[in-house]
Design a protein. Structure first.
Length: 272
């Protein structure tokens, strides 16, 4: 069951995220209304951005639900080679929208959304177990000071400028609540994650000027839930807790879609 609350303190300091401790070594509802097929007011366009180690296919369940409920959904196949390249791919998708859009990022996709969200077509941001950096921050910066005792993702040492997860440990860390066959496929079909993407720093965080929503995956073993809450509080996001793994967008597509719908309706309400 999703639990929702509002976080305050946009722009305040954030220290000691300890988000992905192994990367540092590698470098050396109270109720979200459900979607139910009824016509709803608000933004009708949604752009989805995936994170590292995966491609856009994991959004299929969320895409199906939102399309069923009348939303126009675009899934960005960002290459995860560099932040600049991923922002460019997202901006191309935004340029194709026929009106305002909700921009959604999972994991590293949150970094992309934080930068690309400055596009004038973006009405609001949704972070799904995602990084929400401030100006000058990258994933590498956010994981610099790991919290003692935090789960250690099975990230292998860099090779030729890229990172991968240990296949044998992928499911437990990334997708523990995903169907076993689907999770195994995710492990076998990993996309190499570029170090240039991890080191790409945000220049202008869109959450400083636009409303945001954040889904905290409380069973996440990639980005600690406490770090997720810290980033959400700093951004002033409306927060929903979902008992799910890092791959919550795959295992709990309805909960993710519900939050996106809340954001789509909420941005219009805040403008009236």
């Amino acid at each position: 069951m999703a639990m929702v609350r509002s976080a305050h303190g946009r722009g305040s300091g954030l220290r000691g995220l300890g988000v992905l401790p192994v990367l540092a070594l590698a470098f050396g509802c109270a109720g979200v209304p459900p979607t139910d097929g009824r016509e709803s007011a608000g933004v009708r366009n949604v752009v989805l951005v995936h994170g590292g180690f995966v491609d856009g296919s994991g959004w299929e369940g969320v895409h199906r639900i939102l399309e069923r409920d009348g939303y126009a959904v675009t899934v960005v196949q960002n290459p995860t080679l560099s932040l600049a390249g991923d922002v460019a791919a997202t901006m191309l998708a935004l340029a194709e929208q026929d009106g305002p859009a909700i921009l959604v990022g999972h994991s590293y996709g949150g970094v992309v959304a934080t930068e690309a969200g400055n596009d004038p077509k973006v009405a609001g941001l949704v972070y799904v177990a995602a990084f929400a950096p401030d100006r000058g921050e990258s994933v590498a910066v956010l994981i610099r000071d790991p919290v003692p005792g935090a789960p250690v993702p099975p990230i292998l040492p860099p090779r030729d400028g890229f990172l991968l997860l240990d296949k044998s440990k992928f499911v437990a860390s990334f997708a523990a609540d995903v169907d076993s066959e689907a999770a195994a496929f995710m492990a076998d079909s990993q996309v190499p994650w570029g170090l240039d993407a991890l080191n790409g720093a945000v220049t202008a965080p869109a959450w400083r000027t636009k409303p945001s929503w954040y889904l905290v995956a409380t069973e996440d073993r990639m980005i600690p839930p406490a770090a997720q809450r810290g980033m959400a509080e700093r951004a002033g996001s409306t927060v929903v807790d979902v008992a799910a793994s890092h791959a919550v967008y795959v295992s709990e597509p309805q909960a993710v879609a519900d939050l996106i719908v809340q954001a789509a309706r909420g941005v219009m309400s805040s403008e009236r």
